[in-house]
Design a protein around this ligand. Structure first.
Ligand code: 5GP
Ligand code: MN
Length: 313
């Protein structure tokens, strides 16, 4: 499939979703390195917003373009881990201008918006899907590390229900390529700065139970962020900690983006499909992990979200 979409393409752009996470960065970097190494006649560029500092252990990410220098029409644009073209952010214009588009993704909310689509909602990660597309003999240590990163992150370190036997087989294959498995997991997933842990503490301390204890919610305002000297990138992981609260079905974590504008992360434990809840308000994601942006005040947002969640309980 990859050979087919790449045939006739002399110039290729790759893009992923805004605020890139481990799977977005890993799948994009893996494909970028693979095309560079295996298709030297193709000119390939990768467009992504700057990733959190914990990913600085990967030298290769220095090649990522964080802005568009020239709005050219690429022969092919490959969108990875991105549920809709709007979420490509600054690279969306290149997607629109490209002669051909291809999307590889595992979000259930993805409407197959590209010319060609490889969308598998059950797949653990976009990185696992990219792995399936690559010629296995051509995967070197660097490519393997990025694929491992993506799979490890989107499975919550091989923990979520999307972790299939095939996922573990892919991870085993990649480990044999001598990836820094333990270091990748520790440095990019578990390690937190002192400030990140403090703000996690604040969010847990201030959390509230809603819907008879079936839902847990917490929020961090801009004022809190400046008090703890953290930014949005430092809040990753808070919603996962809320989710493991016993007897809850849904975790809601909210942080302030701007005046009356909030980013919301939703996580579910099985009964509720949070992709449906997020999609109802214009967001999207997976059945057990979804996100959206909403306007209004926090109380109002919580009321609207819990009204939708209640319908499924
Ligand atoms: P997170 O809560 O970690 O930001 O996102 C959870 C999942 O939902 C991710 O797979 C992410 O791509 C998706 N997601 C988060 N925010 C949005 C959004 O605003 N729109 C859509 N379509 N998906 C989102
Ligand atoms: Mn993903």
């Amino acid at each position: 499939m990859l050979k087919h979409v790449l045939s006739q393409a002399k110039t290729v752009a790759i893009g992923g979703h805004i605020r890139p996470d481990g799977d977005c960065l890993g799948s994009c970097m893996a494909l970028y390195q693979y095309i560079k190494k295996c298709f030297p006649q193709v000119q390939v560029d990768l467009y992504l917003e700057k990733a959190p500092e914990c990913f600085d252990m990967f030298e290769g990410i220095k090649e990522i373009c964080h802005e568009i220098k020239e709005e050219k029409a690429y022969d092919l644009f490959v969108a990875l881990d991105c549920a809709d073209s709007g979420r490509l952010g600054f690279s969306e214009i290149l997607f629109q201008k490209a002669h051909k588009t291809f999307c590889v993704d595992h979000h259930i909310s993805n409407p197959s918006y590209a010319d060609e689509n490889y969308i598998v909602p059950e797949a653990s990660s976009t990185a696992e899907l990219v792995y399936r597309l690559l010629d296995k003999e051509k995967i070197d240590t660097e490519i393997a590390e990025f694929l491992y990163l993506g799979i490890a992150h989107d499975t919550g370190i091989f923990q979520y229900s999307s972790t299939a036997p095939e996922t573990m087989e892919a991870a085993a294959f990649l480990m044999r390529k001598k990836v820094r498995a333990n270091e990748i997991i520790d440095k990019t997933y578990y390690q937190k700065t002192y400030e990140q842990n403090k703000v996690l503490g604040k969010a847990l301390q201030d959390s509230v139970l809603l819907l008879d204890g079936k839902c847990i919610a917490s929020w961090i305002t801009k004022k809190d962020m400046s008090f703890f000297n953290v930014g949005p990138k430092d809040l990753e992981g808070i919603v996962s900690q809320l989710r493991v609260t016993k007897d809850t079905e849904v975790a809601i974590f909210i942080y302030e983006l701007g005046e009356q504008e909030y980013k919301i992360s939703l996580r579910a434990n099985g009964k509720v499909n949070v992709s449906e809840v997020a999609s109802y308000f214009g967001g999207g994601g997976h059945i057990k992990a979804a996100g959206l942006t909403m306007c209004g005040d926090i109380q109002d947002i919580l009321n609207q979200l819990t009204a939708q969640i209640r319908k499924q309980l």
